[in-house]
Design a protein around this ligand. Structure first.
Ligand code: KG4
Ligand code: ZN
Length: 346
């Protein structure tokens, strides 16, 4: 580790139902950041009642949590305000009401503490969960193939460097996580449904009783679609709900849904490597990156193709402020005054 002084950032994330703050640092010569302190509060319990996020409820909860979360993170970090070099904040995309709570708080801190502020795009920040130090920290060189697979986004890009991202494609309708959430809801599970799908998929022996479509699988581009898959799932469930015991049907359908979603991701990864053979490693992020079936299938794929493969630890797959701060540590050139910060919805 370098002996020069690290850059220290206080980061805030409030784009959806998580309210998060982290203090992260990076030494000038290092290709990774480390977490000094991190706190995440979630309004998930409120959204279970409505089986999905109601934006206004999420925004009100952000307001309740934001200052206690920052206070707690600063106490954990036990450093002086003087030690903090920048404030970083998610400016979009996300729910406007939720974003505004984080943005206004960050602007107020930037103003009061006289620190420059770094605006961060939530989707561009997700992959940076792979640039936070741990046992097998990502140290591979660019270019990297980067997947962001969450409840709001499913997108694949080539990271040529920290300053050059080439978006290859994304879903043209629902995100992969959204597809898991909506299918799980039909089976009677709470939001977020992805972890339930993963759990019940393992509750029966592997079977090919059902076949769901893999939309756009063979198209020679990076468009993806999960809406048709969701509709096919609903129809198959309705058609067969009297033919099976509920638990067996749920498990068989969850198994096939998981296979279909992961097949789409593997196929587009394969196509990306054909187009960009110079890619060194694959990095995956977003809530769905927690999925074990996806991890297994990508591991087999990357070993066969002699590519590195990196996932964040489970706690950094879903939304957090450490990834926002880490992105900012690699993009300090984006620093500006609180006067120039506004919501950016795409
Ligand atoms: O990144 P994230 O916390 O929030 C967004 O930016 O959307 O991702 C949440 C999404 C939800 O759709 C959730 O169902 C999904 O990630 N998810 C999973 C798993 N854990 C979370 N999907 C599949 N398998 C999992 N184990
Ligand atoms: Zn996210």
């Amino acid at each position: 580790m370098s002996t020069s002084k690290p850059t220290i950032i206080l980061a805030i994330e409030s784009s959806c139902d998580e309210t998060a703050c982290a203090v992260v640092q990076k030494y000038p010569d290092n290709n990774f950041a480390s977490i000094i302190a991190s706190t995440t509060a979630t309004s998930l319990a409120k959204h279970k009642v409505t089986k999905g996020i109601v934006p206004e409820v999420a925004a009100r909860e952000q307001l309740q949590y934001i200052l206690p979360v920052i206070e707690n993170t600063l106490a954990q970090a036990s450093l002086k305000v003087l030690d903090i070099d920048f404030i970083a904040v998610t400016v979009g995309p996300g729910l406007v009401g939720s974003l505004l709570v984080g943005i206004e708080t960050a602007r107020a801190l930037s103003f009061a503490w006289n620190k420059p502020i770094i605006p961060v795009n939530h989707i561009q920040a997700h992959p940076y969960a792979n640039f936070i130090i741990r046992e097998n920290t990502h140290t591979s060189t660019f270019p990297l193939l980067s997947w962001v697979i969450s409840g709001g986004h499913t997108e694949v890009s080539i990271l040529h460097s920290h300053s050059e991202t080439q978006k290859l494609g994304s879903t043209i309708d629902d995100a992969a996580g959204e597809c898991f959430d909506k299918c799980a809801r039909v089976l009677g599970f709470d939001y977020p449904g992805g972890p339930f799908i993963e759990k019940i998929a393992n509750e029966t022996a592997v079977s090919t009783s059902f076949t769901l479509p893999r939309p756009l699988l063979h198209d020679k581009n990076f468009n993806m679609s999960f809406s048709g898959l969701k509709t096919a799932f609903f129809r198959t469930f309705e058609k067969h709900k009297l033919d099976y015991e509920a638990e067996e049907l749920n498990s068989l359908l969850a198994q096939e849904l998981q296979e279909a979603v992961t097949d789409i991701i593997i196929k587009k990864t394969e196509f990306a490597l054909q187009q960009f053979p110079e890619v060194q490693s694959i990095i995956v992020s977003g809530g769905v990156a927690a999925n074990k079936k996806l991890r297994e299938k990508l591991k087999t794929f990357s070993e066969t193709h002699h590519k590195g493969l990196y996932f964040p630890p489970l706690s950094l797959c879903t939304d957090n402020a450490a990834m926002i701060g880490t992105y900012a540590l690699f993009h300090t050139d984006l620093q500006t005054s609180w006067k120039n910060i506004a919501v950016q919805l795409n």
